[in-house]
Design a protein around this ligand. Structure first.
Ligand code: IVH
Length: 749
């Protein structure tokens, strides 16, 4: 492994060294490809894979004559996963928020009571279920027959694995007395004993040995040949459901009993308990019997028992408010820090990654860990406080690694007594390792960023990857690897280039179809995928731009607020002077803070001084207020948007992309509701529900909740004590309702 991760400069490498390293890289990358695509057991992280690919390309570029017949540069590696059919889940498969300690659990319980406006002393009932460490599966039964089975995929669309699921004995093929439509959800897993004997058999037969039971379960379920799955000892616990034509029960506890009565396995360690003390106590009990369970669990899940309360609590964008996973403490191991790589991300952030002597942490081989930023390496947290007793990280250090659940491994501690002689503190680069542009730190920020923008190849590629990714344009046939390939060939640099690729490289000599690993059919599929991706909802377009802080939810919120691209861009253009004033005020405050700190005075928590609005045109201020008035969009995001759209090269690239697209008006969430598409403002005291619940409920019905009354407001819901907002609504002639009027309107009374 050592020679494949070498970091001697390519420029000074001898030909003999290049031959050896190219051979090693070909071997390592081929292994990594196999592990990733066919075995469900990645042996190296994506980042490390990318780094090795880049290094291989760099060596080949310097010694073109040494390029191997089996060069990794020529391998596209179509994932066999493509061969599975896709299934859109009738109801999204979500994940769970995490609690790591008792405090988090108490916060979770308190949050629920606040949301529901229940007295703090209430002891809410929860089910407490082991969190099975396998992979989730959704089983759709129609009229009692298993119609299809799908993996979670990205939550919205999963892979169809019906034939495979039918081979699992815990999964009934038919049900009696079940609702006509019943989607049962649960976890496919493998017991420790079955995992050990499967690995023994595999080893004897010279087959693949799995790293842990979860990988073995995933690899066994995701087999194109269901007879292979049938030969693997998979099991299934049911713990949730998706679409239902009739309710299963009134409580989670009874619903689990119903699933059991229908013939599913449910986890025998499940309990129904009241109040956070009991939850935490059960977590401790389960933790104590964890090793004897015979299968892997990575925590305990608490779910509000009463399904009516679950419905009231609803969901955040990807997790329910009514459940949480209380994880077991992280697993740790000691190893050696071999190197520190700097990766440059989509927004230019320089992220240091530790290269480690490979070590097993909780069943997984770890050879990389995140180091966050330069302060973290130096032994400081982002607020300036000391971490690890202030010890900085140096190459050769013995370090303690930890990982909790699926999170990226981190460095927890250093053993300074084992530090080799003559080490130096790590010099964090102040120029971008990818494009040599200056890498700078904004005052008050812990992250150093490359200022190269689209000049920087790393930022360019990362932005292109983001643009075509699932949550954004979701271009069929165009994944990370293809983006890199086209970028390396110089065929695609700016987002708009994706949409002109067919015109430029669809015919002639330098065509996509002529590339190694491609052909007429795959090229035609790619171009069809790209053509289809020209039509996009505004929210996805905004998200796809890859602007800092602008996530999928904010993309949708902005789309709903502005309705179309030209309105959005006109508003941002109008707000630019206000953004500049804001930025200047923030910078002045940061300088003041730094000066105070340097003076030895106690740095005050200086609030950003309000910008000198007097100097700014009224339209700019109005446009700025309009953006930051959108619920969930703060000044930070508004500034990032304004920065991204400043006139210049980057803006030109955005405009060029827009010229290629056909942007759809934002989708209205629930058309049937009397308030869908309406802008609603809540003010004053609500008596029947909390503000948070009212907001969540309104949004679930397709309304847009805003924090301030303006000409765009459709309804003001005013409780007792409503003040200036009610006055403004009256002035503007906005429809004003009291709480009962609102509930009557949305049909809640
Ligand atoms: S409930 C809407 N219950 O954990 C919530 N999930 O981190 C649906 N898991 O994707 C999940 N045991 O794969 C639930 N008793 C349990 C679970 C469980 C394991 C998995 C599941 C889920 C993941 C979330």
């Amino acid at each position: 492994m050592a020679e494949t991760t070498g970091d001697e400069a390519v420029e000074t490498m001898t030909e003999a060294e290049a031959v050896t390293e190219l051979a090693a890289l070909a071997k390592t990358l081929a292994k990594a490809n196999d592990a990733y695509h066919t075995d469900d057991a990645p042996v190296i992280s994506d980042a490390e894979y990318d780094r090795l690919k880049r290094r291989n390309a760099a060596i080949e570029a310097r010694f073109p004559g040494l390029k191997r017949a089996d060069s990794p540069s020529d391998q596209v590696g179509a994932a066999p996963a493509e061969a599975f059919g896709k299934i859109k889940h009738a109801i999204r498969m979500l994940s769970l928020g995490n609690a790591f300690d008792e405090g988090d659990v108490r916060d979770f319980d308190a949050r629920i009571k606040r949301f529901l406006d229940l007295p703090e002393s209430t002891n809410l009932a929860y089910t407490v279920e082991p969190k099975i460490d396998g992979l989730s599966l959704s089983l759709r039964y129609e009229k009692g027959r298993l119609a299809h089975a799908a993996t979670r995929g990205d939550g919205a669309i999963g892979e169809e694995v019906t034939a495979n699921a039918r081979t699992i004995s815990d999964i009934p093929a038919t049900l009696t007395n079940a609702p006509d439509v019943l989607e049962v959800r649960g976890e496919v897993y493998m017991s420790h004993a079955d995992f050990a004997s499967l690995n023994a058999t595999q080893a004897d037969a010279g087959g693949k040995v799995f790293a842990n039971p979860r990988n073995a379960a995933a690899g066994s379920l995701r087999q194109l040949d269901a007879t292979i799955t049938a030969a693997r000892p998979l099991r299934f616990f049911a713990y949730a459901w998706g679409e239902l034509s009739a309710p299963l029960a009134d409580t989670q506890w009874d619903a689990l009993a119903r699933l059991k009565a229908l013939g599913f396995s449910t986890n025998p360690e499940t309990r129904r308990l009241e109040g956070p003390d009991a939850l935490v106590a059960r977590h401790a009990e389960i933790s104590a019997i964890r090793a004897e369970l015979g299968y892997d669990i990575d925590g305990v899940v608490y779910k509000i028992d009463d399904l009516a309360l679950q419905a009231r609590l609803g969901f955040r964008s990807t997790t329910p408010r009514w459940a949480i996973a209380h994880k077991f403490p992280a697993e740790t191991a000691w190893t050696r820090l071999l190197g520190i790589d700097i990766q440059v991300g989509r927004t230019g952030a320089l992220s240091p990654v530790a290269r480690l002597e490979p070590v097993t942490v909780g069943g997984v081989v770890v050879s990389n860990a995140t180091l966050h930023n330069e302060d973290y390496i130096a032994g400081r947290a982002s607020d300036g406080s000391v971490i690890r007793g202030g010890a900085d990280l140096r190459l050769g250090d013995r370090v303690e690694i930890y990982r909790a659940g699926d999170v990226i491994p981190k460095v927890r501690d250093i053993d300074l007594t084992a530090r080799p002689e003559g080490t130096e503190p790590f010099a964090f680069p102040d120029i971008c390792p990818e494009c040599a542009s200056p890498a700078t730190r904004e005052p008050g920020e812990s992250v150093r960023r490359c200022t190269g923008g689209l000049i920087c190849p790393a930022q360019r590629v990362a932005r292109l990857k983001h643009l075509v990714s699932r949550g954004a344009f979701d271009v069929d046939g165009l994944g990370d690897k293809e983006v890199e390939r086209f970028h390396d060939l110089g065929w695609v640099a700016r987002p708009a280039d994706i949409f002109t690729l067919e015109a430029r490289h669809g015919t002639g000599l330098q065509t996509v179809a002529n590339l190694e690993g491609w052909g007429e059919t795959s090229a035609a599929n790619l171009f069809a995928g790209i053509r289809a991706a020209r039509r996009q909802p505004l929210g996805r377009v905004l998200f796809g731009l890859g602007i800092r802080h602008l996530g999928e939810v904010a993309g949708r919120d902005l789309a709903r607020h502005y309705g179309d691209w030209s309105a959005f861009v006109a508003a941002v253009d109008a707000a630019l002077p206000a953004a500049a004033a804001h930025r200047a005020a923030e910078a002045a405050a940061a300088v003041e803070r730094a000066a105070a700190a340097a003076d030895g005075r106690r740095a005050r928590l200086a609030e950003a001084r309000s910008p000198p609005w007097a100097d700014i045109p009224a339209e700019a201020k109005a446009a700025w207020d309009d953006i930051v008035g959108i619920d969930g969009i703060g000044a930070t995001l508004a500034l990032a948007i304004c920065d991204a759209l400043l006139p210049g090269q980057e803006r030109d690239a955005i405009d060029a992309l827009m010229a290629e697209l056909e942007i759809e008006a934002p989708e209205v969430v629930a058309t049937a509701s009397p308030v869908s598409g309406k802008v609603v403002v809540f003010t004053g005291t609500l008596e029947k529900m909390t503000r948070a619940e009212a907001k969540a409920r309104a949004e679930a019905l397709g309304a847009k909740v805003s924090g301030s009354v303006s000409g765009k407001t459709d309804i003001l819901v005013a409780g007792p004590g409503a003040g200036s907002k009610a006055v403004k609504a009256a002035e503007l002639g906005v429809e004003t309702l009291d709480e009962d009027g609102w509930l009557a309107l949305i049909g809640d009374v």
